[in-house]
Design a protein around this ligand. Structure first.
Ligand code: UN1
Length: 513
């Protein structure tokens, strides 16, 4: 990885122009204290200082992106797909380097860092196939000698605002599909993980250059909330795809809707697993533990609530406490460890505040969380995953705390369990563990889970890229990644063609002149 970081460092950052085809941009000067600092939560090291994009630079980026769009939209979609195929090859080549950097900059386990790069590779493969399947329907016209069909055209400039927890995969879901659809992209990564974003641009740069892709098809701007608002306020940005908190998503939605632009939101989750008396606990327990402590509870899909049938409640509880006792917390680059750090000290403070509120709201901590100190934990970002028994879905349970806290609740009937599962403002992912067909089908029916993702005998996290990813209610309603999510990056056009010698009007209207 050292070599890889070195390569990133030597990449020139020019002012007022681009760095080759992959465009990342800045005009900040040496010694500028507005530099974005990327600290690793693994060991507290300052990894890099990144120039933030200025408002002037942003404007130039958009102009270059707009010019690129005029060319890129006319490249045949399968040819665009071929370029994405080559990007997939590049990510295969750099999987270990990028996965390690993701793990080091963000703090997730190395396995999960590698898994994240695998998601990029998978969506590249998916997008290649998609490039030959941007299908529209044909319709039978009610008029003689007429043909009707629909086609899908690109939107233009797509803004992608991504979050720290999946610093590269979520960008790739958006960018790869947006590109095969003929759009150009401006990516604003989280200010907490700028280095992995720069790495992605560097990785695809060769492919863009080799294929003479117009400069500006892949743009990157760096900065905090202000840089995000440039995208949301700008009528030149046809679609803003944003991943992050519900609070951020509401602001994005209001601003973009105010200019009647399009938005695609992937916001908070508060994901529950129902553990039925018919569950195979040998399958359920590892799924629960991975869902709750994987990525230190910082996935949108992390398991936060466990709704357990009263007859097996004690058994499940005891097994979980035992499993948590075996968790190894520490440097995520050491493959022996299961749980790495939280992203930064403010995330630790939010976790500590949640633990306090749990006690205040009548909860009982079965495994008391705490911030870990001592050798190996110097960054101040490591915490012990906690389990809390709750008397009800109190205020803190309704809230998405981005940390490894698992709430236990008891139920008697499946109806009651489903009501609890649905009884929160968020609607991303959900699961039931049961071997009972009736229960499984009820959970998946219209009267079952209200989430965008509903699984049976699989946990809430770790979705494959082939399905549409996203959720309902405060999760924002957007769908990314697989299935027909590509449609969000295109505009539909209905075409009616008259190949006859007369002009019949629709609805049989007579109009003689
Ligand atoms: C996210 O947390 O924003 O399903 C994305 C999962 C991953 C993606 C999570 N494939 O857990």
């Amino acid at each position: 990885m050292q070599q890889f970081l070195q390569k990133l460092k030597t990449q020139p950052m020019m002012s007022g122009t681009s760095t080759g085809q992959a465009f990342w941009h800045s005009s900040a000067v040496e010694g500028d204290d507005s530099l974005l600092k990327s600290y690793s939560p693994v060991d507290g090291q300052l990894l890099a200082e990144v120039y933030p994009t200025t408002a002037e630079d942003y404007d130039k980026v958009v102009q270059i992106a707009q010019a690129a769009f005029l060319k890129w939209r006319s490249v045949p979609a399968p040819k665009r797909g071929e370029i994405i195929r080559q990007m997939g090859e590049q990510f295969r080549l750099y999987k270990k380097d990028l996965g390690t950097l993701v793990s080091y900059e963000m703090g997730k386990s190395l396995q999960e860092g590698l898994g994240e790069v695998q998601e990029i590779i998978d969506i590249c493969d998916f997008a290649v196939g998609q490039s030959r399947q941007l299908y529209g329907l044909t319709m039978h016209s009610e008029r003689a000698d007429h043909r009707m069909y629909e086609q899908w055209h690109p939107l233009g400039v797509v803004g992608i605002i991504s979050a720290f927890n999946f610093p590269v995969a979520v960008w790739s879901w958006n960018a790869m599909l947006a590109w095969v659809c003929g759009n150009v992209c401006i990516w604003k990564p989280s200010e907490k993980t700028p280095l992995t974003a720069l790495a992605c641009q560097q990785i695809i740069k060769d492919v863009l250059e080799r294929n003479d892709v117009p400069e500006g098809v892949s743009c990157l701007i760096t900065g905090g909330r202000e840089a995000g608002s440039w995208l949301t306020e700008d009528p030149r940005i046809a679609l803003v795809s944003a991943t992050g908190s519900t609070r951020m998503g509401k602001a994005v939605a209001q601003t973009v809707a105010g200019r009647l632009g399009r938005y695609l939101l992937e916001l908070g989750g508060n994901n529950a697993i129902i553990v039925s008396q018919y569950a195979d606990l040998n399958v359920a327990i590892p799924a629960i533990v991975f869902g709750a402590v994987g990525t230190a509870g910082q996935r949108c899909t992390s398991t936060r609530r466990l709704i357990i049938h009263e007859s097996i409640y004690e058994d499940v509880k005891n097994r979980l406490v035992k499993a948590y006792g075996q968790l190894r917390i520490g440097n995520p680059l050491d493959e022996k460890n299961h749980v790495g750090p939280l992203i930064d000290p403010s995330a630790v403070a939010a976790y500590q505040s949640a633990l306090f509120q749990i006690k205040e709201q009548g909860g009982r901590l079965l495994i008391d969380g705490e911030m870990l100190e001592g050798p190996g934990f110097e960054s101040g970002c490591y915490v012990r995953p906690a389990i809390a028994e709750m008397p009800a879905q109190t205020e803190i349970v309704q809230h998405e705390t981005f940390a490894p806290i698992l709430y236990l609740l008891k139920y008697r009937s499946l109806d009651e369990a489903i009501a609890l599962q649905n009884g929160v403002p968020q609607g991303l992912s959900s699961a039931v563990f049961t071997l009972n067909l009736r229960e499984a089908e009820q959970f998946l029916s219209a009267a079952g889970s209200d989430c965008g993702i509903a699984n049976v005998n699989i946990g809430t996290s770790g979705a494959e890229i082939g399905g549409a990813f996203g959720g309902e209610k405060e999760t924002g309603g957007g769908r990314e990644s697989g299935s027909d999510a590509w449609k969000a990056y295109m505009r539909r056009q209905t075409n009616t063609i008259n190949y006859g010698t007369s002009l019949p009007l629709a609805q049989g209207i007579k109009f003689e002149i």
